[in-house]
Design a protein around this ligand. Structure first.
Ligand SMILES: *Cc1c(COP(=O)(O)O)cnc(C)c1O
Length: 363
């Protein structure tokens, strides 16, 4: 049996440290906004190379609060890719703004400059590029468009912790970067969690208030905020894992390279990288006209595979009526052909060889 993600290996390897860190929190009885949250925010900011890192309770909240802190609201439009997880667009709706879908590039699966420009209108205030599957979007092209059209950039880094574009970490290019610590993400907690990065002192100040009931001083509320805090147990877990993130991502890159080698002569389209972006392979996603056959052969061999994402956002029921967007042929075509294979740092060569043999035979 090979699952999409096996979290056991990582837990077992770090078990002593993790158990001790959790035990320490339990005994400290400091469970909310305590020393671990403070320390983790400092350590994450240092790792990413950014002035501020503000933890929140999920990646979805990171996007929501970042949009609110940036002043995006009713009447505003925000451009998001049509091929992503729904949270990217949901957050736009949560602040009362309207998501406008743009198409993605057929090679990188990330926002393409041409479709992005076509989606920008008079009411557009911001762009949310997603570094999908761990591959950084073309931030040079996106920032150039944002500057020229006077738009804010908020990066969705939920799948890209540790990925770099031209040597710089994702999450450091826009006014804010939004990360998720959902357990299966590259840096995963033991529950939900998220982080917003920013170099702007004003954004950081707003985010600190927003995540804690609009409060800067206890029981004095400057604005209507949220209860959106990372808890101390999760922060303690993340502090143990962060120093190992480079090794985790190296493991993913090694597994991807093995897949590339073993699938070199298969009639599937393997994921492509870019010269500027360091891919951290949150997913290893290929394209095939014979997706269903590959999936069922893998299933017969007790190997998991998954479709991320079967329905592009503009085809989701939740977005019925959001019809003013450019044509989205690539997103539609990807959702019909994409297939993600098992991917986690500990995936070994024998497993990859077995998976690749089945894919080759079925493709
Ligand atoms: C996981 C994910 C999110 C949401 O993160 P949560 O922590 O699950 O709320 C947002 N965007 C993308 C692209 C994601 O993959």
């Amino acid at each position: 049996m090979i699952p999409m993600v096996d979290l056991k290996g990582q837990y077992q390897a770090l078990r002593n440290e993790l158990d001790a860190a959790i035990q320490e929190v339990l005994e400290s009885t400091s469970y909310i906004l305590g020393p671990n949250v403070q320390a983790f925010e400092k350590e994450a900011a240092a790792y990413l190379g950014v002035a501020h890192a503000i933890s929140v309770s999920s990646g979805t909240d990171a996007l929501h609060l970042a949009l609110r802190a940036a002043g995006i609201g009713p009447g505003d439009q925000v451009v998001v890719p049509a091929f992503t997880f729904i949270a990217t667009a949901e957050a736009v709706c949560h602040v009362g703004a309207e998501p406008v879908f743009a198409d993605v590039d057929s090679e990188t699966f990330n926002l393409g400059p041409e479709s992005l420009e076509a989606a920008i209108g008079e009411r557009t205030r911001a762009i949310i590029p997603v570094h999908l599957f761990g591959l950084p979007a073309d931030m040079e092209a996106i920032l150039e468009i944002a500057r020229r059209r006077d738009l804010l950039v908020i990066e969705d880094c939920a799948q890209s912790f540790g990925a770099t574009f031209e040597g710089r970490q994702t999450g450091t290019f826009g006014i804010a970067g939004c990360f998720s610590f959902f357990p299966s993400k590259n840096l995963g907690a033991f529950g939900d969690g998220g982080l917003v990065t920013t170099d702007s002192d004003a954004m950081a100040d707003a985010l600190l208030a927003l995540r804690n009931h609009g409060s800067r001083t206890r029981y004095y509320h400057d604005l209507i905020g949220y209860n959106s805090r990372l808890d101390e147990v999760q922060a303690a877990v993340l502090r143990v894992k962060l120093p190992h993130l480079e090794a985790f991502n190296q493991g993913r890159r090694r597994a991807a390279l093995r897949y590339d080698e073993r699938l070199a002569d298969a009639t599937v389209k393997r994921p492509t990288g870019t010269a500027a972006g360091r891919h951290v392979y949150h997913q290893y996603t290929l394209l095939s006209e014979h997706r269903d056959r590959i999936m069922s052969r893998l299933k017969e061999a007790e190997i998991a595979s998954a479709i991320y994402y079967p329905v592009p956002l503009h085809r989701q029921k939740a977005f019925a009526g959001h019809d003013s967007h450019p044509p989205l042929p690539v997103s539609e075509s990807l959702s019909r052909r994409c297939l993600s294979l098992p991917m986690f740092p500990e995936l070994d060569d024998a497993q990859i060889t077995e998976i690749a043999a089945i894919v080759r035979a079925a493709a």
